[in-house]
Unconditional design. Structure first.
Length: 185
């Protein structure tokens, strides 16, 4: 079974804990960010501000383009042979501007799959189709891929139930797993 993998919206003092860009806007990234071709070596560096006293998440929401993961989460992916690249990330307290000691990186998943059964998958919109309910091909379901982006919907990441279980057992904080439908709760 597969789930959609996203950052969980975690609230602290009535606000969502998220990482806000300080030095780079998502739109200024190379246009191939989601499309699997390795970008390294490169000089990409990222700076974020977060609420300094808020609970530390393993999966921060900085926006729709990039992923910011803890070394704990990255080590699970690494141990399972997931193909990815890491980029440096510095963190600063949103209120004071003070540098924070964080063990997080910008994570770029390199695996992309043709996994949707287009005849059964549901979309909304006419000019720009947005994936609403996914139906997967039999080949993909048998593949056992652990973590992948959906070709044509590269902003969507799928995670295999075995990897989901491992993440949950490790107490990783800040991940959301949704069955079959896109969205953020």
């Amino acid at each position: 079974m597969y789930y959609f993998f996203k950052p969980k919206m975690v609230y602290w003092h009535k606000n969502v804990i998220s990482a806000h860009y300080l030095n780079r806007e998502p739109g200024k990234l190379e246009p191939v960010w989601w499309y699997g071709k390795p970008l390294l070596p490169t000089s990409l560096e990222f700076e974020f501000c977060i609420p300094g006293k808020a609970p530390v998440l393993d999966n921060y929401f900085p926006g729709l383009l990039i992923d910011v993961y803890s070394e704990r989460l990255i080590s699970i992916f690494s141990n399972r042979g997931i193909s990815f690249e890491l980029f440096p990330a510095k963190f600063f307290d949103k209120k004071t501007g003070e540098a924070l000691e964080m063990n997080h990186h910008v994570f770029r998943l390199l695996d992309i799959s043709d996994c949707l059964d287009e005849e059964k998958t549901e979309y909304v919109g006419t000019n720009i189709k947005m994936l609403v309910k996914a139906s997967f091909t039999k080949e993909f379901l048998k593949s056992g891929r652990l973590l992948t982006r959906i070709r044509g919907n590269e902003g969507s990441v799928l995670i295999h139930e075995s990897l989901k279980s491992e993440i949950e057992a490790a107490g990783i904080f800040g991940c959301q797993f949704r069955m079959n439908k896109i969205g953020i709760e």
